[in-house]
Design a protein around this ligand. Structure first.
Ligand code: DC
Length: 222
């Protein structure tokens, strides 16, 4: 039988790498819900739709189609996979994802993914709002400084420009936006296992989470 595992947490807690790794180790699909929010924020911004809950926003949302492929995100047929990974889109996604009609429009698309088999879903409200009945839920976090340090190293490793203080400031700002919004704020979902990765390597976090999943789903993960 298929099952859903959720991993929520703030920006830069290592959710993406951990969730991808876990999905690969279990041989199931990985659902990056942040990529959907990033894609919608990018297109709305490019279409000059203000991040407010009004008729203009609702009409614009009706016209947008988002397609999730294995490793790509398509908006209205255009591949935006690379474009959505910039500091500008980090900020835009945080702002647009606080608009209730944006969240509502994307809820169905996220829920649908469950129909195609078992998944590891990663995001900010996947355990609380999107998949409240998930079989195993995790909340992955780390101190803002540890998260900023990781983002900084990631960017340097990719040969991109990076400034630690700017990254830390942006992480603190996004945490504030994501935690204080009215709709689906970032919270630890009920029954979620809280994992602080500040002093853990990625492999340690993956091993810890996999062990918990195997405890809860011994038959499914044999
Ligand atoms: O995980 P990420 O950095 O790719 O997410 C981008 C933004 O999208 C982040 O500011 C919060 C928002 N988001 C959300 O509100 N709900 C989700 N389930 C996933 C992401």
């Amino acid at each position: 039988m298929s099952y859903v595992i959720t991993i929520d947490g703030p920006a830069g807690a290592g959710k993406s790498s951990v969730a991808k790794d876990i999905a690969a180790r279990l041989g199931i699909k990985y659902l990056d819900t942040g990529a959907i929010y990033r894609a919608i924020a990018l297109i709305l911004h490019e279409s000059e739709v203000e991040p407010v809950d009004d008729d203009i926003m609702r009409e614009a949302l009706e016209k947008i189609t988002i397609l999730l492929e294995d490793k790509a995100v398509l908006v209205n047929g255009f591949d935006v996979t690379g474009e959505i990974r910039t500091p500008e889109v980090d900020a835009l996604a945080s702002i647009y994802s606080a608009v209730p009609s944006v969240r509502k429009a994307l809820l169905g698309l996220q829920k649908e993914q469950e129909k195609h088999g078992s998944i590891v879903a990663e995001g900010r409200d996947v355990g609380s709002v999107v998949f409240p009945n998930a079989r195993a839920k995790f909340f992955l976090t780390a101190s803002p400084e540890a998260r900023a340090e990781r983002r900084y190293r990631e960017r340097i490793a990719k040969g991109k420009e990076a400034d630690y203080d700017t990254i830390l400031k942006s992480i603190i700002e996004r945490d504030k936006n994501d935690s204080n919004r009215d709709v689906a704020p970032l919270t630890v979902p009920e029954n979620a296992v809280y994992v602080d990765t500040s002093d853990m390597t990625e492999d340690e976090a993956v091993d810890f989470i996999l062990a918990k999943i195997k405890e809860v789903l011994p038959d499914e993960t044999e």
